[in-house]
Design a protein. Structure first.
Length: 249
């Protein structure tokens, strides 16, 4: 709750500071991220063997932000969007049973069989705030660099089971609402001006990611969550729509 209040306070302060400035824009940013997550070990329900899990994920999202420009071509932005936080390539090695492409999951079954998931993702509301700078080149071309802070409020969890428990349905979902995690990243874009619209490609360099423990993975021995530095890259499209009749280059 304290973290949510801190994010909300940041939005209010930044809005107040620049509310009277000109060159306001709406930014639309669809993007995709590829991440490598750090390997970790765990003991499932106290069994003697040890598991070592390495994961990768291809995640995507879209966010709409309100940008406020001020002096020296700097801007602040805040906004909301959607982010599918994915862990879709699992490589698990057990010290006794060898390799697999899945991890145990707490799925209730009357057959008392241990179920596993080979990929899963979290559907999130994305809350973003950031600060950046525009550098004009020529003929309406600009380079935009931005530092973004993201928070992920999770409202739906999805897990793909490795075999069907009942009627060939491998899909298992839960609706536990929680603040899943945070991240920050640097993005760089090159845009072209078309009347009141700037558009162009962007590249994303994740810096730090932190996410909370998921209670369906009961084998994990940590209490808070996990994090990673770097080990990812993303690409996207930036579309800035001016809220004024004319943008000065």
């Amino acid at each position: 709750m304290k973290k949510i209040l801190l994010i909300a306070a940041t939005f209010i302060v930044t809005s107040t500071l620049v509310a009277q400035k000109q060159n306001k824009q709406i930014e639309i940013n669809p993007f995709i991220r590829l991440d490598n997550y750090p390997k970790f070990s765990y003991h499932y329900y106290g069994r003697a063997s040890t598991d070592f899990l390495k994961m990768k994920g291809t995640s995507y999202g879209i966010v709409i932000t309100y940008k406020y420009s001020f002096k020296n071509n700097l801007f602040i932005k805040t906004g909301l969007g959607y982010f599918k936080y994915s862990f879709d390539k699992l490589d698990n090695t057990n010290s006794l049973f060898g390799n697999s492409k899945a991890r145990p999951i707490d799925f209730v079954s009357p057959l008392f069989i241990q179920y596993s998931t080979d990929k899963y993702h979290y559907n999130n509301i994305l809350i973003r705030t950031g600060i950046g700078k525009e550098v004009a080149l020529n003929e309406g071309i600009k380079i935009i660099t931005c530092f973004d802070l993201n928070a992920y409020y999770n409202f739906l969890q999805y897990y793909h089971l490795t075999f069907a428990p009942y009627n060939s349905n491998l899909n298992f979902s839960k609706r536990r609402k929680m603040l899943l995690g945070f991240s920050n990243a640097i993005s760089s874009s090159i845009t072209k001006q078309f009347n009141q619209i700037q558009i162009g490609p962007s590249i994303i360099l994740p810096i730090f990611d932190s996410w909370k423990k998921d209670l369906v993975f009961q084998e994990e021995g940590y209490n808070g969550g996990k994090n990673k530095w770097l080990n990812g890259i993303g690409v996207g499209v930036i579309c800035n729509i001016s809220l004024h009749k004319k943008i000065k280059s």
